[in-house]
Design a protein around this ligand. Structure first.
Ligand code: GLU
Length: 297
């Protein structure tokens, strides 16, 4: 197997400590496997993308000594591929146009799904638009036992999600004409031959959807590893919205040391005065943590 991993930041702001932890974990896992590490800028969510943020993220990764093995890939350049994937799914009858507004979905859930709090789409437009204009495209999820997706997370162990009861038919192209993250990520990971996905545990909940979509598109499923997310004092996931600050490009070793500690890596983080020595020690510590041997390429 030729290991190929990636870090896929959304340029909604500069890199913060939470995203650095994900970047470091995916970088170390690729290095420990003697593999290739890629960076993909997930800039297709027009309303959330901040101009200049992608360049800032790439500069910070550089200052922190994490260098991609291939030029970064930009999702905004790959719209034609997402359209192709949508056409492929249309041809199989697995997707359908949906005319529901958010409010209609919420209202119908209030009546039919009051017994639980999960907001699974109730499938209103599965068999037709009821005279409403098409707004989004949804992927039909299976019913019954085949709706249960199970996978082994390399960090968190066995995971199971029932797509029918916990998610419902999910959106691939949004009402505002934007491509959904789920579709873009699956198409991009497949086209880049990604074998291992290492990212924050906040994305765990999306993984079953992505595995199902891989099956529908007939592409391989990579190995998954979700690292614990960094939270603030209120226990919320650190994000730009709740005040995470940009990283200081002039103090990479201090911040990398804190990220290694967050990941529970056993290494003397203070001993390192160069990025090279830090990354070599962190790679060995990661491999030990994961019960593997460092492989040289
Ligand atoms: N762009 C996503 C984020 O920043 C990560 C996507 C992924 O790693 O699958 O949350």
């Amino acid at each position: 197997m030729t290991y190929r991993g990636r870090f896929a930041p959304s340029p909604t702001g500069p890199l913060h400590f939470g995203s650095l932890v994900s970047a470091l974990a995916s970088w170390l896992d690729a290095r420990a496997h003697g593999g290739t590490w890629l960076v993909r800028i997930e800039d297709i969510d027009g309303p959330r993308t901040v101009p200049g943020a992608a360049e800032e993220i790439l500069t910070t990764l550089d200052h922190f000594g994490m260098h991609a093995d291939e030029p970064p890939l930009w999702q905004s350049h790959r719209i034609a591929r997402y359209q192709e994937a949508l056409e492929q799914l249309k041809a199989t009858g697995l997707i359908y146009p949906c005319g529901c507004t958010r409010k209609e979905i919420a209202d119908s859930l209030l009546h039919t799904h009051a017994r639980n709090t999960t907001l699974a789409y109730p499938g209103t437009c599965r068999n037709g638009l009821h005279g409403k204009p098409a707004r989004a495209w949804r992927l039909r999820v299976p019913d019954g036992d085949t709706a249960v997706i199970t996978f082994e997370d390399r960090w968190q162990g066995k995971q199971t999600q029932n797509l029918a009861t916990e998610v419902g038919d999910f959106v691939l192209k949004r009402a505002d004409d934007q491509w959904a993250y789920q579709l873009a990520v699956v198409v991009d990971d497949a086209d880049a031959n990604i074998t291992h996905i290492v990212r924050g545990a906040d994305l765990m909940d999306s993984t079953a959807r992505q595995i199902y979509l891989q099956r529908c598109l007939d592409v391989p499923t990579p190995a998954y590893l979700h690292v614990p997310v960094v939270t603030n004092d209120q226990g919320e996931k650190l994000s730009k919205q709740n005040g995470a600050t940009a990283l200081d490009n002039d103090k990479p070793l201090e911040t990398l040391g804190a990220a290694a500690r967050h990941l529970g890596l056993e290494m003397g983080v203070e001993e390192h005065t160069t990025l090279d020595s830090f990354h070599a020690a962190a790679t060995a510590a990661w491999a030990k943590h994961m019960g593997m041997r460092v492989q040289r390429n």
